[in-house]
Design a protein around this ligand. Structure first.
Ligand code: FAD
Length: 320
């Protein structure tokens, strides 16, 4: 039988590779700067500890990567916020293969892969976040997504079972998880594809990074693209054409630099940002008849707060 949250923490707090912090503040862990306190913040250092945790857990939980694609409610999170610790930051390279922990920053993977002439990784240059988060979002650009490069994925599913999925079993689709089942992604492997040339790849990576600096409000607090691009269209263009650049609700503003980014530039609360997302969506629908779908993960809001965004929210909290 699974135990309740209080018993769970008492029961597991001595487990090796698992530590809990109570009432842990989350806002500094999200790039946009929102979030309340997590009832428990679980730092995991071993796969076996993660298995125990997921097996016992029956309350709400959520996996926190680097927090670059999240809008967390400012309400306290009533469950367990799971975070993979340092031991998931290992990256091993053998001839033709990279094995990478899910907590490795994507930038580090890209750098190593390019240096070892793994073709294609340069196209992900400048995408922030962790490798696990990138796998959970199939992060990338219109040219390359992480799913194009992954050879296999290891994870622990929500019942605590270790699972292995090879390339053919993954589910690569636009900005949704590569994992075929819910759970915590722990390790990914990548094989070297032909056509790599570190010098050319580094040049391309630099070009992309410079392009991002010009186009994105990289000095502001944001969560990257607010909306997915509708098929054959670009969300930023629609928002721009709807003359919403610079539009503000409270401390949240549609970026004057890139219309699909929202900036938290005056101490916005999560609800300011949520209202701004809804407003942009309504205006674009009224002007062009197109309903934009959020790319950012909305976590911890009530159905009333979410309104028409409810179908897109992570619900119930913790089901990744
Ligand atoms: C300035 C800026 C630019 C950006 N540009 C891009 C871009 O060009 N392309 C793009 O695709 N994205 C972009 N993003 C969004 C973001 O960087 C990516 O989605 C990133 O991959 C998220 O990784 P993360 O570790 O921050 O995940 P988080 O934001 O922490 O989490 C995102 C989702 O992944 C889940 N998750 C995280 N780790 C795991 C894990 N180990 N196992 C299972 N689930 C997990 C979380 O539960 C959540 O649902 C940008 C963001 C910013 C702030």
């Amino acid at each position: 039988m699974k135990s309740g949250k209080r018993n769970l923490v008492e029961k597991l707090s001595g487990a090796e590779g698992l530590s809990f912090l109570k009432n842990f503040p989350l806002s500094s862990l999200t790039a946009i700067g929102t979030g309340g306190r997590a009832r428990y913040y679980a730092s995991v250092e071993r796969v076996s500890a993660l298995q125990k945790l997921l097996k016992e857990l029956d309350g709400p939980f959520f996996i926190l990567g680097s927090g670059t694609n999240l809008l967390l409610s400012d309400r306290d999170f009533p469950g367990v916020m799971i975070h993979l610790g340092r031991s998931f930051r290992r990256l091993r390279q053998s001839e033709g293969k990279i094995t990478c922990g899910a907590a490795v920053p994507l930038a580090r993977l890209v750098e190593r892969a390019v240096a070892a002439s793994f073709a294609g990784f340069e196209e992900l240059s400048g995408v922030p976040g962790s490798v696990g988060g990138a796998a959970a979002m199939n992060a990338g650009t219109h040219i390359k997504e992480l799913g194009d490069l992954v050879e296999s994925l290891c994870m622990v599913d929500t019942s605590g079972r270790r699972r292995f999925f090879s390339k053919g079993q993954l589910r690569p689709s636009y900005r949704s998880s590569l994992a075929p089942v819910p759970g915590v992604i722990t390790t990914l492997t990548f094989l070297r594809q032909p056509g790599g040339d570190p010098e050319r790849q580094r040049g391309r990576a630099l070009e992309l990074q410079n392009g991002r600096k010009l186009k994105h409000p990289w000095q502001e607090k944001t969560f990257g693209s607010t909306f997915k691009n509708p098929p054959g269209m670009i969300a930023a263009k629609l928002i721009d054409q709807a003359e919403l650049k610079g539009f503000r609700i409270g401390g949240a503003q549609v970026s004057p630099k890139h219309a699909n980014f929202i900036e938290n530039n005056r101490g916005a609360g999560a609800l300011d940002i949520l209202e701004l997302i809804k407003h942009v969506r309504r205006v674009v629908r009224t002007r062009f008849g197109i309903t934009l779908e959020p790319e950012v993960r909305l976590v911890g809001f009530t159905r009333e707060e979410l309104g028409e965004l409810a179908p897109y929210a992570v619900s119930p909290p913790g089901k990744v």
